[in-house]
Design a protein around this ligand. Structure first.
Ligand code: B12
Length: 579
């Protein structure tokens, strides 16, 4: 049965992709790839060439993620990490620069924007300071492509000599506070992709799948499908090269190596990096070293077997507390290098047949998902040969609807049966069921309604809280992801919620809680506000650029900070529903 045209997926304001690409090509006349220490000292024309060389030599490359509030501190830190590691015989090939989310706004809006924990660059000179901080490749993968300032940031990065620019994955999921113009975001991103495609030098477009839908699909085969869809957009429709990254949500060595095997079957473009399995960092540093070893060993073996150009990414063991400091980054790089010496001895005992078998399922399922998605979007009136129209439609449809409509798994009464069940979902479902089973039921006069939303893209905390509360008989009023404080309060008012629940991770917890309290007061509402996640912020006068805990400040506002589900339940038991 053919689907009807869906006007919500199409926007008449959106310029044709061909025009946007032409604007990007025209811009390339003035904005060409500049030089930097990496290109000058390696003599390489691009990082892609460096990656192919290392792959041929079967050398395992290393990636370090870095970015403090101040440019000076970040430049010094990059130099220190690279130098100290080199002295210890460890090569850090590339640095991933964690730009602050305010960098996603057009320059004119940045000064007023809420800042998170990342680095803020003011112009091409700052980008050049970063690319010349060490003779290693600088990777600008956050808050570049996919955000309203895609063009100005991409121009600055290319002029500074960067040959890997991201992050297509963020286009599909990242929303900046108070910015809803997805047509402008799409046009800026496609024009910037046109600028990249028109360069003489090979510049890798980077996409971190976990920043995109891969961290939200229940079926891992859909994540592989997104690889194929993104390659169709960037390589077939735009003419640039697309390097994929994955890893945050891949905790199981079997599916982690299988995803790598599947990826190299469908893409011959050098990968950027395999991201650390950051969601598994749930312990103290000593415990997190076990998680580091677990995923790194799998990655080193996978790139050894399929040298794809991906660098490994040893994430410092303080990742689940705050952004890591310099010595913690050096420790992780040193740990990784040592492990590359041990790992090859595991290859003979690794059951690669199991890995290949799972890769078969991922590729077959991923191809079916891609075919169904492109056909389904075309049926709904989307021009799938126009990169801008296709990107906007996918962003507006979202992961849940795409998976429900086009997923390769058998359709069930409420959901499809995943071919390969994503670990994050399995783990959080299990956590919710186990926790609820250990609780006394809620004995309130009537069922409570709690309105829940997140301050940013992190939605696993919300997912877990929702799963737990629904099983306790609480009605959830969903206010969504990356919702502005006023919109959250409006949703609570319209649903008559008995309480508001906020999940926050980007280092904006106190300012956001203050804004919610203000919005409640404006409406004369006095409902309890529960808040959990990472309750920290970088103080304005900070000289370390590291966030500090703001739990007590939030409590002083009259909100209810909750470190976990137990603290949430005690807070909820105290809430008496309005008669
Ligand atoms: C997964 C993850 C991501 C995923 C999110 C996928 C998704 N769609 O949800 C992706 C890759 C997209 C991502 C992106 C970013 N991330 Co991130 N992310 C993480 C990570 C690894 C896990 C967080 C998580 O989901 N945990 C799972 C939940 C269930 O566990 P939990 O947090 O322990 O939750 C418990 C409690 O907190 C509580 N709880 C949580 N929420 C709530 C809500 C209520 C109401 C209650 C009562 C309780 C409660 O209940 C849970 C059970 O006890 C953390 C590091 C870590 N290991 O914690 C970094 C981390 C949170 N991310 C971070 C950052 C900076 C970012 C980025 C800005 C990076 C960048 N430059 O692009 C972007 C965000 C961009 C944006 N637009 O917002 C930082 C935050 C720094 C800080 N505040 O100090 C962290 C700490 C990593 C780091 N060390 O730098 N991230």
């Amino acid at each position: 049965m053919t689907a009807e045209v869906d006007p919500t997926l199409i926007d008449p304001r959106l310029k044709p992709g061909a025009d946007l690409l032409a604007e990007g090509r025209a811009m390339a006349r003035d904005w060409r790839l500049g030089s930097c220490r990496f290109l000058a000292e390696t003599g390489m024309p691009s990082e892609a060439a460096w990656k192919r060389k290392a792959a041929t030599e079967r050398r395992v490359m290393q990636h370090a993620h870095i970015g403090f509030r101040s440019v000076d501190r970040t430049v010094a830190a990059i130099g220190e990490v690279h130098d100290q590691c080199r002295k210890a015989g460890v090569t850090v090939d590339r640095f991933g620069i964690t730009l602050d989310w305010s960098m996603g706004y057009p320059q004119a809006m940045r000064a007023k924007a809420a800042r998170g924990t990342g680095i803020v660059l003011t112009g091409p000179e700052d980008f050049a300071r970063i690319t010349n901080a060490a003779p290693a490749a600088a990777h600008f993968g956050d808050f570049m492509l996919g955000l309203p300032a895609a063009m100005e940031n991409t121009r600055a990065a290319i002029a500074a000599g960067a040959t890997a620019v991201g992050n297509l994955g963020q286009y599909f999921t990242f929303r900046l506070p108070y910015w809803d113009d997805d047509v402008a975001t799409t046009e800026a991103t496609v024009t910037a992709l046109g600028l990249i495609a028109a360069q003489d030098a090979e510049i890798l477009v980077h996409s971190n799948l976990d920043d995109g839908f891969a961290g939200l699909f229940i079926d891992m085969a859909c994540a592989l499908g997104m690889v194929l869809i993104e390659k169709h957009i960037v390589e077939d429709l735009i003419g640039a090269r697309l390097g994929h990254c994955y890893g945050h949500h891949f905790s199981d060595p079997l599916s982690r190596t299988a995803f790598h095997a599947a990826l190299v079957r469908v893409s011959d473009t050098p990968g950027t990096m395999i991201f650390g399995n950051t969601v598994s960092y749930q312990s103290i540093p000593a415990g997190n070293y076990a998680s580091l070893a677990s995923y790194l060993l799998a990655d080193i073996l996978a790139v050894g077997r399929w040298p794809s150009g991906h660098a490994i990414n040893p994430v410092p063991v303080t990742e689940n507390q705050r952004i890591p400091d310099v010595d913690e980054i050096i420790d992780a790089q040193t740990f990784a290098h040592r492990l590359t010496l041990h790992a090859p001895f595991y290859d003979p005992v690794f059951d690669w047949a199991k890995v290949e078998a799972m890769a078969d399922v991922l590729v077959e399922g991923g191809r079916r998902f891609t075919g169904a998605a492109l056909a389904g979007l075309a049926e709904r009136g989307v021009d799938i040969e126009d990169p801008a129209a296709l990107m906007l439609a996918i962003r507006r449809m979202g992961p849940r609807r795409m998976e429900a409509l086009f997923g390769p798994g058998a359709a069930g009464p409420s959901a499809r049966t995943p071919l390969i069940h994503a670990e994050w979902a399995r783990e959080l479902n299990h956590k919710a069921v186990t926790w609820v089973a250990a609780q006394q039921p809620l004995d309130t006069a009537r069922s409570l309604t709690i309105c829940i939303g997140t301050t940013d893209v992190h939605e696993h905390g919300k997912y877990l809280v929702e799963q737990a509360l629904q099983r306790m008989g609480v009605t959830i009023a969903d206010a969504g992801i990356a919702v502005d404080p006023e919109a959250l309060v409006a949703r609570a008012a319209e649903t008559g919620a008995d309480a508001i629940a906020i999940s926050t991770y980007n280092g904006v917890a106190l300012r956001y809680a203050q804004a919610v309290k203000t919005a409640l007061a404006t409406r004369g509402l006095a409902v309890p506000v529960l808040i959990g996640g990472r309750l920290n912020e970088v103080p304005d006068e900070s000289n370390s650029g590291l966030p500090v805990d703001v739990t007590r400040d939030i409590a002083n506002l009259g909100c209810l900070p909750c470190a976990d589900l137990d603290e949430m339940l005690s807070a909820i038991r105290a809430i008496q529903p309005a008669a």
